[in-house]
Design a protein around this ligand. Structure first.
Ligand code: SF4
Ligand code: SF4
Length: 92
């Protein structure tokens, strides 16, 4: 069965893309983030596709290890932003 990342759509990763993607003036937020959602989701770049990154660059790693390591990074951002615990990414 195809596995996929347990993104909770908190939007935090899209708010820290300075140096990687174009940002809104005076912020580190992606120009394509609208109402906390990606406005070009179907066409978003590779860097925004967690599972594509896994298959292309980390397929030699167990998926659950990649997933849980990525989840730690998400949860650090989620806690840092003071978001509700409902956005925390669970382990697989
Ligand atoms: S920070 Fe993680 S959980 Fe939040 S939107 Fe980005 S990938 Fe999803
Ligand atoms: S392109 Fe979409 S998914 Fe990627 S950082 Fe921008 S808003 Fe987020």
């Amino acid at each position: 069965m195809e596995q996929s990342y347990n993104c909770t759509e908190c939007g935090e990763c899209c708010k820290h893309v300075a140096g990687f993607l174009d940002t809104k003036p005076g912020t580190d937020e992606c120009i394509f983030l609208v109402d906390n959602l990606c406005s070009i989701y179907e066409f978003r770049p590779e860097i925004c596709r967690v599972d594509t990154i896994y298959h292309k660059y980390f397929s030699g790693t167990e998926y659950k290890d990649f997933h849980n390591y990525t989840a730690e990074a998400c949860n650090t951002m989620i806690r840092g932003a003071g978001l509700d615990d409902k956005y925390l990414v669970g382990e697989v």
